[in-house]
Design a protein around this ligand. Structure first.
Ligand code: AMP
Ligand code: ZN
Length: 473
């Protein structure tokens, strides 16, 4: 299996640190608001990477943090007049709901920065002892960038060039740094902010040290994959490497994976979706119009390293594509339950063996740096194959055999075919209830509208003495 490593700028064969295991860290969101669909891209993409490693038989330890101490959280808490933890706890819960909707599995561990302060103080102390960090007069601790020779190796930046650029950008209040490139490991508290005691001052950690410490605690000093959006390459991941490798003395992560941006067009300009630009949709917004599986399918329809433009058209296409898969799954389930009894025919056995071709294509695509776009194309080929070859006359055993292979592949993509059906059923029943209510209130226009909407979805209603019954046409 090959994955593209930002560190070497090449696709490399994946070789785990420990045979059979994958230790993977994905930088998680700062929790001060509902997540937007740009934040959802790394969640969906790396959840799929995790699923594929598991499909291949690896035991995956997947760690993804919540950054729950940050200026934005503190500001929001001040606005609402509550403690910062009220804000972060609220949005962690909301984020988990969104993740569940997108079928993003819970991480093995979801550490929170505020619960890892002890580890951060330890690592910062080690960095000071080893001469990689220093304490300024006001108690701020800085990382001494020039002391870490390989600095810039991930972002492929040259220290000398950076230095001149940074000097021009130097802002006031940073005079106490030995060098403009140095970055904060620990900073003194300001009035009204959350703080912790430390050997240097009462204060709080810098953002970068959080991830170095949480990765070390839950995965160890040497991990396989560190991932996040490409905006994190510099400075966040570059700084994580500096901290971890300086403190631990070993290579931090063998592979660095970065997803490209989810963009959006506004007034003719295509831009990265971000909170600060105000050009975002939250995952919650999308959930009002679509099942979140559609959003997941949309994200996976592009390669993770290609920029992806969000648009209504592409979402509609994703919805159609997903429906084709779900319809095929429902058909396979139906024949597996209601098809002919008895053993598979010789022809069916041959047809079942014929699915190897699609599985191979799927795996080849995923083995080539997680090319989900091509993997989905292989799934569609399997859909066509199943629709053509599995008929009402097929044996249960044959349909079940194809279904098992089909489900194995859709599971890697995180498409849940069963749950989807339950959701759809619930939706249909809610509409039927609404129609009954409308009729009771003599709102016949609305009642007819619902009947038409259901008819368009292939749902046939029958008024019976026991109430309204429905079936799929
Ligand atoms: P943040 O909460 O801004 O720290 O972001 C959490 C994660 O979402 C990081 O991995 C970011 O790189 C990623 N991210 C933020 N905006 C986008 C976007 N528009 N497209 C893709 N990834 C993004
Ligand atoms: Zn991080």
């Amino acid at each position: 299996m090959k994955i593209y490593n930002t560190l070497t700028k090449t696709k490399q064969e994946f070789e785990p640190v420990e045979p059979g295991k994958v230790k993977m860290y994905v930088c998680g969101p700062t929790v001060y608001n509902l997540i937007h669909i740009g934040n959802a891209r790394p969640m969906i993409v790396f959840d799929t990477v995790r699923r594929y490693f598991e499909y291949k038989g690896y035991d995956v330890n997947y760690v993804s943090n919540f950054t729950d101490v940050d200026d934005k959280i503190i500001n929001k808490a001040a606005e609402e007049g509550v403690d910062a933890s009220v804000i972060s706890e609220r949005y962690i819960e909301e984020c988990k709901k969104d993740m569940a909707g997108m079928n993003v599995r819970e991480a093995t561990t979801h550490p929170k920065a505020t619960e890892e302060i002890g580890g951060m103080i330890d690592m910062i102390s080690t960095l000071i002892e080893k001469g990689y960090a220093y304490v300024a007069e006001d108690g701020t601790v800085y990382f001494r960038v020039k002391s870490f020779r390989p600095y810039g190796k991930l972002s492929h930046k040259d220290l000398d060039n950076m230095q001149s650029g940074f000097r021009a950008l130097q802002v006031s209040g940073e005079e106490q740094k030995e060098d403009p490139l140095d970055f904060v490991l620990w900073k003194p508290k300001k009035e009204g902010e959350p703080y912790w005691d430390s050997p240097w001052c009462q204060g709080r950690p810098g953002w970068h040290i959080e991830c170095s410490v949480m990765a070390k605690r839950y995965l160890g000093d040497e991990i396989d994959i560190h991932a996040g959006g490409e905006d994190l390459i510099f400075p966040h991941h570059e700084n994580e490497i500096a901290q971890s490798e300086a403190a631990n003395g070993v290579t931090f992560s063998k592979y660095w994976m970065h997803n490209a941006f989810l963009n959006i067009e506004k007034d003719g300009v295509v831009e990265k979706m971000s909170k600060s630009k105000g050009n975002f949709f939250t995952v919650r917004d999308i959930s009002e119009k679509f099942d979140l599986q559609v959003l997941r399918f949309f994200m996976l329809s592009a390669h993770y390293r290609s920029p992806l433009n969000f648009s209504a058209d592409l979402m509609a296409a994703a919805k159609n594509g997903l429906e084709r898969i779900l319809t095929a799954a429902a058909h396979l389930k139906d024949v597996a339950e209601n098809g002919a009894d008895g053993e598979m025919t010789a022809q069916e056995q041959e047809l079942l063996a014929g699915t190897d071709e699609f599985v191979k294509k799927f795996e080849e695509a995923m083995d080539d740096d997680m090319n989900t776009a091509d993997a989905i194309a292989a799934v569609f080929e399997l859909v066509r194959y199943a629709n053509t070859n599995v008929t009402a006359e097929s044996t249960k055993a044959f349909a079940a055999g194809i279904r098992e292979i089909f489900t194995k592949l859709t599971d890697v993509l995180g498409i849940v075919t069963e749950k989807q059906e339950e959701n759809l059923d619930a939706e249909i029943e809610a509409l039927i209830a609404e129609r009954q209510e409308a009729r009771k209130n003599k709102n016949y226009a609305r009642a007819d509208e619902i009947r038409d909407q259901l008819a368009a979805q292939g749902i046939i209603l029958e008024d019976t003495r026991e109430g309204v019954k429905w079936k799929r046409s």
